[in-house]
Structure formats: structure tokens, C-alpha cells
Design a protein around this ligand. Structure first.
Ligand code: DGL
Length: 269
């Protein structure tokens, strides 16, 4: 048993898609979330910068005495996870492994589409893991850099979102993939628009959902669940204005988070 909080971080708002799933899967756990809203996006930056930023993020969470860390960011999970894991003593979980396992289980025609940030797609993280599990699976990748600003500005289900989705996903659709990995934690916010465009026969794999399940398995295996059954706490930290995050984040989590979001200076960590 371990009553400390679970630490979750992302480059911005997108990691809340994982938080929402963790809240559902593990309703008694306390969560501390950091969204690096002042430095988002990470997905277009160099590996060196992504590592430096994510080290700040991890150090901030560790300074809050978290029992484990969830990297709720496809880019950091793809580019920096092994390096971060070497330097810390609490368990650290990324989104790539659980998502890939779910996609391999889901595909019937062995054609998987992968979308993510430029950094994620360039790293080849999802494809490599898929090929390790089953080399006969064909993969089709596409970097979708405009999806993150759409989401950060609340364009989840609008005509603008529809146009951008069509622009990015037409190739993967033509190739006939029956499974699509949403390889960035911002993308589940565009799920309705993506599903409408791809058609209902295509299975969308949501990184947040799969990661929450993996997290539960780890807590169970290592006997790290909390035994506190009430008054669980959610704390949110950002590196820029709290207002926008409170509005969009609260809307997305379907609960008010006004007054629970604090701005910090992440470069100090
Ligand atoms: N959350 C990031 C990811 O999952 C996308 C946003 C960014 O580029 O920082 O890859």
C-alpha cells in the first residue's frame, strides 16, 4: 500500500485525456498533474530540448513526493523515456507500450495507421515496437502538427478540425488501415471528428485509456494502491496562465477545476 499521489505530466492540456482515464480506472488515487503550457509544443523540438524539458517536469513531480510517474505525452514517451527512467527511483510509465499492445490486439487486417507529432513520427517508436511484436503488420505513419494547436484552442469538433483531419488522414484511409493509433495524448480530444472521417469500422486506439489500464496493473503487481477511500485530491500545475487551462481542462474532465490550478516556474526544477 502507498498513499502518495500519482504524478502525471504532459507538454500541455493533452495529458488530461490520460488523467480522465486514470480517474475512471483508479477512482481512489490522488493525482498531481503538470502541464507545461508555457513551453508547449514539445513535438516540434529537438531531442535534446525534449529531454531537458521533461527532466524539469519529472523533477517537479518528484519534489511533490509522487509514488510513480506517468508520461502522458506521446512525444516524451517516444524520445526521452529510457533516459528519464535511468535517473529516477520511482516507476515511470509511458504511453507507447500499452498503446501498441492494444493496437496489435485490435487489428484484423494487419494494417495499422499511426499519427503523432513530428518528433514522435520521426522517432519511429510505435512502428519499431509493432514490428518487434509482429513483423507481418504493415504500418502507415503521418505527423499531424496542426492537431495540437487545434486542441489547445478548443477546436475539438468544428469545421476547421474536420478540414485538417481530412488533410492529414486521407492517405492512411486510402491504405485501408483498420486500426489507428492516436499516438499523441492531445488527439483523443479530436476523436469524434477522426472517427467520423475514418468510418466506424476503424478502431481508434486511445493512448490514455490503455496507459491507465497498464498503471492499474503495475499498482496491483507492486502493491502500491492507496488504501484511502475518500476525499481524493486532484492538483493541477501549469507553467503559464491558469485561466485557459481551467476552462478547457474543466470542460474536458467534465468537472470544475477552478481554483485547483496553480502556476509554477518549471525552469527552477
Ligand atoms: N502531448 C504531446 C504528445 O502527446 C503533443 C503536444 C506537443 O507537441 O507538445 O505528443
Amino acid at each position: 500500500m502507498d498513499n502518495r499521489s500519482i504524478g502525471v505530466f504532459d507538454s500541455g492540456l493533452g495529458g488530461l485525456t490520460a488523467v480522465k482515464e486514470i480517474m475512471k480506472e483508479l477512482p481512489n488515487e490522488n493525482i498531481i498533474y503538470f502541464g507545461d503550457t508555457g513551453r508547449v509544443p514539445y513535438g516540434t523540438r529537438s531531442q535534446e530540448t525534449i529531454i531537458k524539458y521533461s527532466q524539469n517536469d519529472v523533477n517537479f513531480l518528484l519534489s511533490n513526493d509522487v509514488k510513480m510517474i506517468v508520461i502522458a505525452c506521446g512525444t516524451v514517451s517516444s524520445v526521452a523515456l529510457p533516459i528519464l527512467a535511468k535517473t529516477i527511483s520511482v516507476p515511470i510509465v509511458g504511453v507507447v507500450n500499452p498503446t501498441v499492445k492494444a493496437a496489435v490486439r485490435a487489428t484484423k487486417n494487419k494494417k495499422i495507421g499511426i499519427i503523432g507529432t513530428s518528433g514522435t513520427i520521426k522517432s519511429g517508436s510505435y512502428e519499431k515496437l509493432i514490428k518487434n511484436i509482429d513483423s507481418s503488420i504493415e504500418t502507415f505513419t503521418k505527423a499531424c502538427p496542426l492537431f495540437v494547436p487545434l486542441v489547445e484552442n478548443g477546436h475539438f469538433d468544428t469545421m476547421v478540425a474536420e478540414l485538417v483531419v481530412e488533410e492529414y488522414l486521407s492517405e492512411i484511409k486510402e491504405k485501408g488501415a483498420d486500426t489507428l493509433i492516436l499516438g499523441c495524448t492531445h488527439y483523443p480530444l479530436l476523436k469524434n471528428t477522426i472517427q467520423r472521417y475514418m468510418g466506424e469500422n476503424v478502431t481508434l486506439i486511445d493512448a490514455g485509456k490503455e496507459t491507465a489500464k497498464e498503471l492499474k496493473n503495475i499498482l496491483t503487481k507492486d502493491d502500491m494502491h492507496t488504501d484511502i477511500k475518500e476525499n481524493n485530491q486532484y492538483k493541477f500545475f501549469v507553467s503559464d496562465n491558469v485561466d485557459g487551462f481551467e476552462n478547457l481542462g474543466g470542460m474536458f474532465l467534465e468537472q470544475k477545476i477552478d481554483g485547483q490550478v496553480e502556476k509554477i516556474d518549471i525552469e527552477k526544477y
